[in-house]
Write a protein that binds this ligand. Structure first.
Ligand code: URP
Ligand code: ZN
Ligand code: ZN
Length: 461
């Protein structure tokens, strides 16, 4: 049997930080031991002195190989998961998306084909519901049985992805009954569409108008409406990519009232502000994502919400598009720029540097936000998201002192820019282990396309 010993490190989970050796057998964590106490023999011993040993990151918000018109997001399941691994993420939950008129089973099968043979780390799927017929509503139960116990609904993008409030309430109710979690994109789509029409008519076509037509108030408003619909439906709600302070506070308020509402934010909202849209030329297009980057005040309120536990997850919404050849479709009209930005590789480094490094988060909070809560909320815990006997040996040997300068040329995502170009962060993965196999070491990928398995996830309760 293959036996790996990770010796002399500080093992960090969501609840503790202790000096311990981690013994891995047959792809799982076998035991945590007093440093130096395991007599051997082992197939390999990794010395983690002066390093942290973390549960592999879990990114529960990615869009790999997502078709948008006549092209797709620029990372597929191979390039995207390799980049994830370089950043210390060993498991993703990607968003499969229903086409109009499509059975959810068929949409899931399409996404399974995209990932199979390509993903280098384990993966699961949420399902985006865009067309809720009675038959589709019934299919939601089957999806849960097939290991997909989370659905995303949009309040934005009318005519393309948006469901009306009646349909959203039906999804919430069905999910509440079958143990699934409803993920909500909370922006007031119709109000935003009116602002976009006005901006275009006035000749305001530069990338910065993407942000100006999607104000924070219309995110806070939609978040409050989503919370009210979930309360009526008696169902849990998970609000994705929270960027506005008012949205985070609406979630905090609902939680204080005892409602099962959860919130996710992303490094881009914690580390960048709307000033980025002023980059010269077409540079602002790099940051065209929805919701858009916000003010420094919003950002401070997100950090407060994270520190206070009002937001539970930091994911990425990784949805990269090439600046040259994809985003530049909207060179003359911001509303044609594909929405999304890269982030799957940089999540842990940015959050560690800006969170732990600057004293805004403790180490245990960092692990909770990036691995444990994502696993708990999305039916992967305790197999994933912690370091305990029996859990998958998805581990990161993390160097808290290593400084890395981020840039498109050295990162591994298949995209021709980085939103963080030239930013130096401190804290980075040294060795990444998935299922007991070393997949990144010494700056080299040593894993294998197709090694990642589909993870059927458990419903709630
Ligand atoms: O701009 C974004 N976020 N694109 C991905 C789709 C979504 O809404 O999450
Ligand atoms: Zn969204
Ligand atoms: Zn998304």
């Amino acid at each position: 049997m293959t036996r790996l010993l990770i010796a002399n490190g500080t093992v960090v989970t969501a609840t503790s930080s202790v000096r311990a050796d981690v013994l891995v057998e047959a792809g799982r964590v076998a035991r945590l031991l007093e440093p130096g106490s395991f007599p051997g023999p082992v197939s390999r011993r990794i010395d983690a002195a002066n390093r942290l040993v973390l549960p592999g990151g879990i990114d529960v918000h990615t869009h790999l190989d997502l078709p948008v018109g006549d092209f797709s997001s620029s990372d597929d399941f191979e390039t995207g998961t390799i980049a994830a691994a370089f950043g210390g993420t060993t498991c993703i939950v990607d968003y499969a998306t229903q086409d109009r008129g499509e059975r959810l089973h068929d949409a899931l099968a399409r996404w399974m084909r995209r990932a199979e043979g390509r993903a280098v780390i384990d993966y699961g799927f949420h399902m985006i519901v865009v067309d809720l017929t009675d038959a589709v509503e019934r299919e939601l139960d089957d999806l849960v049985i097939s290991g997909v116990p989370s659905f995303k609904v949009f309040m934005a993008y009318p005519g393309r992805l948006q469901l009306d409030d009646g349909a959203i309430e039906r999804v919430l109710r069905r999910a509440g009954r079958n143990g699934a979690l409803t993920c909500l994109h909370a922006e007031n789509g119709p109000a935003i569409e009116a602002l976009i029409r006005e901006a275009r008519a006035a000749g305001h076509l530069a990338p910065k108008y993407h942000a100006l037509t999607r104000p924070a108030a219309l995110e806070a408003d939609a978040t409050a409406r989503g919370i009210a619909l979930a309360a009526r439906a008696g169902a849990p709600l998970y609000v994705v990519h929270v960027s506005a302070g008012g949205a985070a506070e609406a979630i905090a308020g609902a939680r204080a009232r005892g409602q099962q509402v959860y919130g996710e934010t992303c490094p881009q909202y914690l580390c960048l502000t709307a000033d980025a849209y002023d980059e010269p030329g077409f540079g602002g297009a790099k940051y065209v994502m929805s919701p858009p980057l916000r003010s420094a005040d919003d950002q401070a309120r997100l950090w407060d919400a994270l520190g206070a536990g009002a937001l539970q997850v930091v994911a990425t919404d990784h949805c990269p598009f090439l600046l040259h050849g994809q985003k530049d479709r909207g060179r003359d009209d911001f509303s044609l720029i594909p929405n999304g930005a890269p982030g799957i590789e940089t999540r842990l480094m940015l959050l560690y540097d800006a969170g732990v490094g600057r004293g805004r988060l403790t180490l245990t909070q960092f692990v909770d936000l990036t691995a444990t809560q994502p696993a708990r909320l999305f039916g992967l815990y305790p197999r994933k998201g912690t370091i305990a006997p029996g859990s998958d040996a998805d581990l990161v040997v993390w160097d808290p002192e290593r400084a890395v300068t981020l840039g498109a040329a050295t990162l591994h995502m298949r995209v021709d820019y980085s939103p963080y170009e030239g930013r130096t962060v401190t804290g980075a993965p040294d060795i990444v282990i998935a299922g007991g196999e070393v997949i990144v070491e010494g700056g080299r990928f040593t894993g294998r396309a197709g090694a990642g398995r589909f993870l059927p996830r458990a419903p709630r309760g």
